[in-house]
Design a protein around this ligand. Structure first.
Ligand code: GLN
Length: 544
């Protein structure tokens, strides 16, 4: 029987509920339990796929091809459990399903209402495919009191009555601000937030109190008394020096112990925290450092490249070095005074990440050229690989080489494909179709050339599986031209039609991949491409 932990947030947004959920799941997992984390997003978008990275951060893609909230990335990175389509739901997705059913006449003339139809759909979503799990952690997006989140709160209230008495738990994450002028911590916002939650029929069992300051026992007692929870269940969650310290820090504060106690579990094994001790040891005691330039478009908001940022750090953990990331707006290299040499010369490696649209593309292509000509380690991801191929084609005389994503071109080195094979059979899309859900999404296999650099990076593997999110592909018709100049197609889709990986054997480290390896990297299991890339940067740092 799976037990359910409902995680809500109060007072303000951005308290790090996702990280908290991921850390609690990691702690339960360290005690040998099987866990899964789900995210409920109250907004009306059907999925985050079409939301701007500036508004919502990166879109995290699962193996089964869902475009999900970036919190699912935290969940995967902290637990190693691959997220699925069924782990992220939005109000928009639920309403779409319900309205489609209503149009088909499935409700047989009944009035369709938030209670019970929407709440039933939310409950079904929470309970689905949980039979073989010990704990299901359900994080509710937004803040208690938001209009959009009301149906989710009501569904939780109902579930807490319908399931067994010790089968559910409510964890409420709040803020205990420190008012410098008064020199005091303030518990009132927490009291109000708990009252708001209680007004919706949910009594929290555990309060996780985010604070910049130490919360003394007297304040914890006060919160416990006013908020109707056990004093030990008021857990201080102070700002952590790194996200990787959070599981260990919460364990020290007794979070997992109190969660188990609230469930009435008294025979839980002690946690095995070896992997977190190793990760934090590597993180806090590096033996060197490297500086990587990421030449992209959404450099103003690092959440837009969340997984990439983490994967680069994981590569650093694998090599025991600190990774400094310099975010560079590709557009500056398109301006007369954008001195590319001054910007890129001090770097130990260059990465061009995924992206959409023409803006900044010439700056990215110029960065590829710099890395190729100067023998600086280069990693191109998705759009970055496409830019590497366009740069390579221009170098062998196809001066008009471009992508049809940027407009009509006579030299479509990158173009749209309208058909490809997936596990479900032949997939088709229209060139001008809807933007939502028209991409090659999710895990696809690639075959690696036997004696290639990437095959060695992947430990001698000949077939890999990686996650995709793109509409355009490198045009295999240009293979011969590109290979003539040393840009080798070393990974292909199994049917041989879609280039998946390109590399330059005559360069110290030059790899472009059509997929997103950053989505599968974990702190305790860094992705081999990132370990290899950072190792190349370490080597480069000894040369410059
Ligand atoms: N814009 C490119 C495409 O759609 C690359 C996408 C990406 O980098 N994720 O193919």
């Amino acid at each position: 029987m799976a037990r359910f932990i409902f995680i809500t947030g109060g007072v303000v947004s951005s308290l790090g509920k996702g990280l908290m959920a991921a850390s609690l799941a990691a702690l339960l997992q360290a005690r040998g339990y099987k866990v899964r984390i789900r995210k409920f997003d109250p907004y009306l978008n059907v999925d985050p796929g079409t939301m701007s990275p500036y508004q919502h951060g990166e879109v995290y893609v699962t193996d089964d091809g869902a475009e999900t909230d970036l919190d699912l990335g935290h969940y995967e990175r902290f637990t190693g459990v691959s997220a699925r389509q069924s782990d992220n739901v939005t109000s928009g997705w639920i309403y779409q399903k319900i309205i489609a059913r209503e149009r088909r006449g499935d409700y047989l003339g009944a009035t369709v209402q938030v209670i019970p139809h929407v709440t039933d759909a939310i409950k079904q979503f929470a309970l689905a495919e949980t039979e073989d799990l010990d704990f299901v952690l359900c994080e509710i997006g937004g803040t208690v009191g938001d209009i959009e989140s009301l149906p989710f709160m009501e569904a939780i209230r109902q579930l807490r009555n319908e399931l067994e008495p010790l089968q559910t738990l409510s964890v409420h994450v709040t803020l205990v601000p420190y008012i410098a002028a008064a020199g005091e911590l303030k518990t009132k916002p927490t009291q109000h937030s708990v009252r708001e939650l209680a007004g919706l029929g949910i009594k929290p069992d555990i309060l996780l109190c985010r604070s910049e300051h130490f919360i003394p026992q007297t304040e914890r007692n006060k919160i416990a008394q006013f908020c109707n929870v056990r004093p030990e269940a008021v857990i201080p969650a102070l700002d952590a020096p790194s996200i990787y310290s959070v599981p260990l820090q919460y364990h020290e504060e007794g979070l997992d112990t109190q969660v188990l106690r609230s469930f009435g579990i008294t025979d839980a094994p002690d946690p095995d925290l070896a992997r977190w001790l190793d990760v934090t040891d590597r993180y806090f005691h590096p033996e060197g450092e490297v500086t990587i330039g990421v030449v992209g478009k959404y450099v103003g908001l690092q959440d837009a490249y969340k997984s990439l940022n983490e994967a680069l750090i994981h590569g650093g953990l694998a090599n025991r070095v600190k990774v400094n990331i310099r975010w560079i707006d590709a557009e500056i290299f398109e301006q007369a005074d954008g001195d590319i040499t001054a910007q890129l010369e001090p770097l130990h490696a260059i990465l061009v990440p995924g992206g959409f649209g023409e803006r900044g593309s010439e700056g990215k292509i110029a960065s590829v050229r710099f890395a190729r000509e100067r023998n600086v380690p280069f990693f191109g991801i998705c759009l970055g690989m496409q830019m590497a191929c366009i740069e390579g084609a221009r170098a062998v005389g196809h001066s008009a080489a471009s992508s049809t994503e940027f407009g009509i071109t006579d030299e479509p080195v990158v173009g749209i494909i309208t058909e490809w094979m997936s596990k479900e059979g032949l997939q088709q899309r229209e060139a001008g179709g809807d933007l939502g859900g028209t991409m090659r999404l999710g895990a696809y296999p690639a075959k690696l050339a036997g004696n290639s650099h990437v095959s060695a990076i992947y430990g001698g593997a000949t077939e890999i599986s990686e996650r995709h999110r793109h509409r355009y592909e490198v045009n295999v018709a240009y293979r011969e031209a590109l290979e003539s100049d040393g840009l080798v197609f070393s990974g292909m889709s199994p049917d041989g039609l879609l280039p998946e990986i390109v590399e330059r054997p005559d360069h110290p480290w030059f790899v472009g991949v059509q997929f997103h390896p950053e989505l599968k990297s974990r702190p305790f299991d860094p992705h081999p491409l990132f370990s290899g890339f950072i190792a190349a940067a370490v080597h480069q740092s000894r040369l410059v």
